[in-house]
Design a protein around this ligand. Structure first.
Ligand SMILES: [Zn+2]
Length: 492
């Protein structure tokens, strides 16, 4: 049979020899097998202690990847790699953080000794060297030396043997072409190497999130501190932390100086430079002999930030997206109405370390890019009441399948955006696919109903609203089916 000759229905589905009503009934039957109960189960499994927060490169991540592969196999979703496995491997160094460590304010002229607390005041550095450093604290702004931009936070500043207090990100915050010149300085890796090059012994980073997207540098001990701690370190200098930072951003003029405080940072870590990680790749071959050469990619990152000091379960980020695409894959595999095009499910590793997994896929695609009709990515899709699709207004031909599914079956609030030129450094897997020229849509949930604990120990299953996860998986099932069977769609 050849599905292309069938009149496609309002939703774009087709089932050989069946009436419109029979097809819709078949779709509805599968649709109703997707339940919030199962979705919560998947998210709870992935968030559980045995996977240790799914740090890419670690044994915990690999175990989670194997669990996903087992689920796909059980559902009849085939291995997507040429070697007959589900695993696309790539190098992925990582560090184990063995304890929360310590951050101490040492007694000085104007202050008493103070011990800061994990997780309220600080998080240990995910790639900190193991050991203890103590020294004077120097505020070095954004930690950037960019002579060609007329900007140097380290101008006339001696940080040798000292602990630098640094901002993440860039002082330049306009999304225009000048941002391109600043971009190389936005990387944590750049800031860490620059500080190390100038002889800094340790580093305090203002942004209290766990973040493995930093580099391990021999001997460099660091921790992430809250803005409140930074503010305290400014006490007695006659300046305020938030105001100082704000003025640098406003004026683009560095303002670095000694804080006349001494701090001690201890970290207990173990670095694994030669580890590897993987994407999990599952495939549902298209039912049409010709159309099956064309594919739709559906992705979500499976990795999390691990257990730096305690378990960071990564439930919303991104067990939610992984659970959603797993449920959609199972539904599609069981669906009586088959996708005419091929559907490839991608559970990315290494996203939190710097988009390693999506980069690996883009560099070594398992499907020819010219034969891909679109890429749908899910990140943090488990808290809210509505849907949002980035790039939906640009790729209307893809988006309309989700919009129609929502209007017809789900009735959630749903919005979309146009593609905007993005100058900053890519921060999601979707950005990698965008950059490589795939028509990429990102599905998000909107209207948060619970507090979001981003890269935080409290990002557990209590942070999820399973009802929206059920509907996201249903939306995916219908939308993917619609795209897979739409004769009007063209590949790249
Ligand atoms: Zn994420």
């Amino acid at each position: 049979m050849n599905l292309r000759f069938f009149l496609l229905l309002a939703l774009g589905f087709s089932l050989f020899g069946a009436s419109a009503q029979e097809q819709e009934n078949a779709v509805r039957t599968t649709f109703h097998t997707i339940s919030s109960h199962d979705l919560l189960d998947y998210a709870a499994e992935l968030s559980s202690k045995k996977y240790g927060g799914r740090l890419s490169g670690s044994p915990g991540y690999e175990a989670a990847a194997r669990w996903v592969a087992g689920q796909l196999e059980e559902a009849g979703v085939k291995p997507g790699m040429a070697d007959g496995t589900y695993f696309q491997w790539f190098p992925n160094a990582y560090s184990d953080v063995l304890s929360p460590g310590k951050v101490l304010l040492l007694p000085g002229k104007h202050n008493a000794r103070k011990r800061y607390h994990f997780p309220d005041d600080y998080f240990p550095g995910s790639n900190s060297a193991s050991g203890t450093v103590a020294g004077e604290v120097v505020y070095a702004g954004f930690g950037i030396s960019a002579p060609e931009l007329g900007y140097d936070d380290y101008h006339n500043l001696d940080v040798k043997g000292k602990i630098v207090l640094l901002e993440t990100g860039l002082p330049y915050n306009r999304n225009d072409s000048t941002l391109l010149k600043w971009e190389p300085y936005s990387y944590h890796r750049y800031k860490f190497s620059r500080a190390r090059e100038l002889g800094a012994a340790g580093l305090l980073y203002v942004s209290k999130i766990a973040n493995p997207n930093t580099s391990f540098l021999e001997g460099l001990v660091y921790a992430h501190i809250s803005e409140a701690v930074a503010e305290e370190l400014f006490d007695g200098t006659g300046k305020q932390y938030a105001e100082t930072r704000g003025n640098i951003v406003k004026s683009l003029v560095p303002n670095s100086f000694r804080l006349h405080k001494r701090v001690k940072i201890s970290a207990s870590t173990k670095h694994y430079p030669d580890s590897r990680s993987c994407n999990v790749v599952g495939i549902i071959e298209g039912a049409d002999p010709q159309w099956k050469e064309e594919a739709i990619l559906v992705g979500a990152h499976l990795d999390g930030v691990g257990s730096p000091g305690s378990l960071f379960p990564g439930a919303l980020d991104n067990a939610s997206g992984s659970a959603d695409i797993l449920a959609a894959a199972k539904a599609l595999a069981a669906s009586e109405v088959k996708p005419a095009r091929t559907v490839i499910f991608l559970f990315f590793g290494g996203e939190e370390c710097g988009l390693y997994g999506s980069q690996q896929f883009a560099d070594a695609p398992v499907w020819s890019k010219e034969k891909v009709v679109g890429m749908i990515n899910l990140d943090m899709v488990g808290n809210g009441t509505g849907f949002f699709m980035s790039n939906g207004k640009t790729y209307q031909e893809l988006y309309r399948h989700f919009e129609e599914a929502n209007n017809r079956f789900l009735h959630r609030e749903m919005n979309a955006s146009e593609t905007r030129i993005s100058y900053g450094r890519p921060r999601t897997d979707a950005a990698v696919f965008d950059k490589y020229g795939y028509k990429t849509l990102s599905l998000w949930t909107s209207g948060s109903v619970k507090p979001v604990f981003y890269h935080h120990p409290l990002d557990n299953t209590d942070a999820l609203t399973p009802e929206i996860m059920e509907d996201a998986a249903k939306l995916l099932y219908l939308g993917i089916l619609g795209i897979a069977n739409d004769p009007a769609l063209k590949t790249n």
